[in-house]
Design a protein around this ligand. Structure first.
Ligand code: CTP
Ligand code: CA
Length: 231
């Protein structure tokens, strides 16, 4: 197929996509956040809509134009993203978790702005957020809904393994059908218009998408979704 040629192979398919990065408030003016821009998720929304999908987007703190044909819900925190995603997943054929969800949130959100003082600041106590992707897979496997579930993995690689080995372990841990693995850090992926990815299918297939526009990664993600839907 000619690159860029659009085949309506997602015609009528209901695709739910989360995008952006959640923010966990410390006080009314401050939050813990991450560097996700929402670009990759929004690209997937555009491509899926252009291929005929009915697209719902749940956007956490994304400052980008709404993709043509997508329905958009805005959220800020991981908990809000979680509620919105679980509610919308019931009516989805595909759920794509492209959002960067905060792993932790402050135990308490201070009601008034925290003021600086002479004393050293109090350490910020954190508590873990639920893993929405794992919850979605559990709900799907329990028969609450039927959808192809796609996770994302942002990896830098470290002394315990490279990007790909972390990706493979994450796919097994999360139990999703597809995992889109991105190498991040040092100016890669976050906020950039170009990206590279390896798409891991739970059947063992691994598809490498060379470095290029995020629209090409989006197209490859849609291809992998179509191949799972046709199984
Ligand atoms: N995710 C989620 N809920 C969370 C954290 C992550 O649904 N509380 C989802 C992300 O949307 C993504 C996938 O899980 O699709 C992987 O996120 P990532 O941060 O790469 O993985 P973690 O399991 O959080 O592991 P770590 O951050 O330690 O690499
Ligand atoms: Ca994480």
């Amino acid at each position: 197929r000619r690159p860029g040629a659009l085949v309506p192979d997602l015609s009528g398919v209901r695709v739910l996509i989360t995008a952006g990065g959640t923010r966990e408030p410390l006080d009314p003016v401050r939050y813990l956040g991450n560097r996700s821009s929402g670009r990759q998720g929004f690209e997937i929304a555009s491509v899926a809509a252009a291929r005929g999908a009915q697209v719902s987007l749940i956007a956490a703190n994304v400052e980008l134009p709404t993709p043509a044909g997508a329905e958009l819900v805005r959220v800020e925190t991981a908990e809000q993203l979680r509620q919105a995603t679980h509610a919308a997943a019931k009516d989805a054929d595909v759920v794509i978790m492209a959002a960067a969800v905060a792993d932790f949130r402050p135990v308490t959100t201070v009601e008034h702005k925290i003021k600086k003082s002479e004393a050293a600041p109090e350490p910020v106590e954190l508590v873990g957020n639920p893993d929405i992707l794992v919850e979605l897979v559990a709900a799907r496997d329990a028969g609450e809904f039927a959808a192809v579930v796609v996770g994302f993995a942002a990896e830098t690689g470290d002394q315990t393994g490279d990007v790909l080995s972390h990706g493979r372990a994450k796919l097994a841990r999360k139990g999703c059908d597809l995992l889109v693995v991105n190498a991040v850090g040092a100016g890669r992926a976050f906020g950039q218009s170009d990206n590279a990815a390896i798409i891991l299918d739970r059947d063992g297939r691994e598809t490498e998408v060379p470095f290029g526009p995020k629209a090409l990664v989006a197209a490859a993600v849609c291809d992998a979704v179509v191949s799972r839907l046709n199984r």
